[in-house]
Design a protein around this ligand. Sequence first.
Ligand SMILES: *Cc1c(COP(=O)(O)O)cnc(C)c1O
Length: 358
Amino acid sequence: MQSVRAEINLKALVHNFNVVKSKVPNSKIISVVKANAYGHGLIQVSKALKDSDAYAVARIEEALALRSAGITKPIVLLEGFFNKEDVPVLVANNLTVAVHSIELLEQIETASVPSPISAWLKLNTGMHRLGVNPEDAEAFYSRMEHCSNIAKPIGIISHLCCADEPAKDDYTNRQIKIFNDFAAKHPGPTALANSAGIFTWPSSHTDWVRPGIILYGVSPYDDKTGLDLGLKPVMTLKSNIIAIRTVKKGDKVGYGCYYEAPCDTRIGIVAMGYGDGYPRQVPNGTPVLVNNRIVGTAGHVCMDMMFIDLGLDSNDKIGDEVILWGEGLPVEKISAILGTIPYELVIKLTNRVNFIYK
Ligand SMILES: *Cc1c(COP(=O)(O)O)cnc(C)c1O
């Protein structure tokens, strides 16, 4: 028996991809598989998303891993490249880069490459992370156009920073307008929408869309789960109870005596800890699923183990399965308790966790 495991449901992944397709029938899909496919496994996920029109990653190493695995579809490097020596590697591996600064453009201009690089102009429409400001974009575009090391037509790409927050709709509308005004003047392909753009902002559905988190069945919104959006969770994090002990009312549990039993109860010890990527910061009472019912965590999560309060009249046994998040317990519930986003939880599992693809 494998103790700590992340079951990855590839059928659910394909279901979610098809939900995206139904939302954007006129756009091509760039599946965002950066950060090891949001912690789900870069190669397995990318291969399962075989109907994807392209992939996007953050680092050249991720792109090269996809090429080594036999993926031949276009791969977009969302952050461009970091070293001039990478330019020939981009060409040799047919990678597409987001060109977001003059410095990057100069490195492409002065490189010696056997054939042109596929490139998108990254426009800063308001996130102020990467990209060329709108007032500089025409000159930048024309310089790209005159660069014989860059393939034509040049794509245009930007990123929405508040598409998941309905209250900031003015800001998102402004970003979309800046993008569409610039894109309208140029012939190349366009890519703007992320997951929240796909669900909430039809005006951001350009030639290409870039879903990330929704492919994994997780919601980009604070107040909704993936299930609310018709998505299915792809990752289910599981372990087992390895010991059970009865404690008396008032007994303290775990490091720092952080949990005090409110009454006589049975405490289950689960083989799962922050050494596996389960967050140590969870407060007492964070939900865990055992034998189809929710129980609460008790005490600080340890490196290899954690405690759950099963209740005095429970009949759970050693060996019983425990679900930390996924099917039956949305990861969004855990991230909300922690005041973080579910993205951060799913990408953080450590290599001690066994990944099982179904
Ligand atoms: C990560 C990322 C995405 C995907 O975002 P989601 O919110 O996961 O859909 C799209 N575009 C860029 C530039 C990104 O960095």
